[in-house]
Design a protein around this ligand. Structure first.
Ligand code: ATP
Length: 388
């Protein structure tokens, strides 16, 4: 069992810097959990506290059934893979991969003699493990496709190969849990996609607990069984990727996930002549009964409507499940080939000037020629989110 539990864990570097605040997180045995959030949100600090490389200021950490809060890193039975690979430059790949095991089962001559004299049975077991190291390294190298690189030095490897060696070094140790700190960020885009697939496959095959830190939401969404979104040291939401994407707990999560992020429009809910409208700037959305937010209409309360870019249609043809949202001025179209991001300025209030609200739609139809034109807008009802 390699369940990892963080109970009210905090880290303060000084009176003014609270890197992580009262974090409660439970990573199930064999789960792939991704910690994601913007730069400086406390992801790496959290991972380093799990690894024991950083002392907690308060709270407890357990791995399996063991409280490891004050246990040294080498005794936590975890392996960490870093962004910069952290390979020993003067050792071959084989030596890099076997180094940790040699330390664990080997040791110098005097230490081995002392162990034999002290507990012959356990010393024999360790020596057997020590003899098996080359086999284990060969086997893991084979799995990762780096068998031919075992006698090379790190400087003779490409970035992707170095990353595989770093992974291999972690795998041979057969730890209870793997910790990854942005391990793919030094690779080019194509290799990153390839390694992402390999990591996912590796997780399936090894059946190990993995905790993975990234600021890249695509990595988070594709790799994680669950993702934990952090901001300013505070956990915002944790859940399966599709749940966090489709049911964001707050505005931060809504805006952080998705490319581009969710559009957020501030406005008021108004009821007039029995009709309910959401008014934001110069647009008024007629709410249908099943789209009614949970709040009562009020001219003094500001609420926020969230609309995913893919839930915005550039059409005026009425269709079921869509709310007409007036017209907007297209300011810019970014074409990505299969889709285009259409940046639209909504009609503001008369004195709004440059403050007029803007939204981005994701169009799968050709958006060429839309720039500087007025476009009709409709919001898919199922893609609407309300925030207080
Ligand atoms: P990034 O994605 O940029 O690596 P992160 O989410 O991993 O960011 P952390 O490295 O955990 O963020 O840092 C969280 C906060 O703690 C930041 O404000 C950072 O400046 C601060 N911090 C991290 N390490 C230290 C340190 N050793 N001393 C003082 N402050 C630190």
């Amino acid at each position: 069992m390699a369940r990892v539990v963080l109970n009210q864990v905090s880290k303060r570097f000084s009176d003014t810097v609270a890197a992580v605040s009262e974090l409660n997180l439970e990573v199930a045995d064999r789960e792939f959990l991704v910690l994601v959030g913007p730069s400086g949100c406390g992801k790496t600090t959290t991972l380093r506290m799990i690894a024991g490389l950083e002392e907690v200021s308060s709270g407890e950490i357990t791995i399996g059934d063991r409280d490891v809060t004050h246990v040294s890193p080498k005794d936590r039975d975890i392996a960490m893979v870093f962004q910069n690979y952290a390979l020993y430059p003067h050792m071959t790949v084989r030596r890099n991969m076997s180094f940790g095991l040699r330390l664990r089962y080997g040791g110098n001559f005097i230490f081995r003699m002392w162990r034999r004299w002290n507990d012959a049975e356990s010393a024999a077991r360790r020596e057997e493990q020590f003899r098996q190291i080359p086999q284990r390294v060969d086997q893991v190298a084979g799995t990762l496709g780096i068998g031919k690189l075992l006698d090379r030095y790190p400087r003779e490897l490409s970035g992707g190969e170095r990353q595989r060696v770093a992974l291999g070094r972690a795998i041979v140790r057969e730890p209870a849990a793997f910790l990854f700190d942005e391990p793919l960020s030094n690779l080019d885009a194509k290799l990153r996609v390839e390694m992402r697939r390999e990591l996912k496959e590796l997780h399936r095959r090894l059946g190990a607990t993995m905790i993975y830190v990234t600021h890249d939401q695509v990595e988070a969404m594709t790799l994680g069984d669950r993702i934990a979104v952090m901001d300013q040291g505070v956990l915002q939401q944790v859940g399966p990727p599709s749940e966090v994407y489709h049911k964001p707990a707050n505005r931060f999560v809504a805006g952080f996930l998705g490319t581009p992020g969710m559009n957020l429009l501030e406005g008021k809910l108004v009821e007039e002549n029995g009709r309910l409208q959401f008014r934001s700037g110069g647009i008024a959305l007629e709410m249908s009964a099943n789209q009614r937010p949970e709040w009562e209409p009020s001219s003094s309360r500001t609420i926020v409507l969230g609309v995913r870019p893919e839930a915005i249609l550039l059409t005026e043809e009425p269709s079921p499940g869509c709310l007409p949202a007036g017209r907007g001025q297209v300011e810019l179209v970014e074409s990505l080939g299969d889709v285009a991001y259409v940046h639209i300025r909504l009609p503001g209030l008369p004195d709004a000037g440059d403050q007029a609200p803007r939204i981005t739609a994701k169009a799968t139809i050709s958006a060429d020629g839309l720039t500087d034109r007025l476009t009709p807008l409709a919001f898919r009802e199922e893609g609407l989110h309300w925030f207080d």
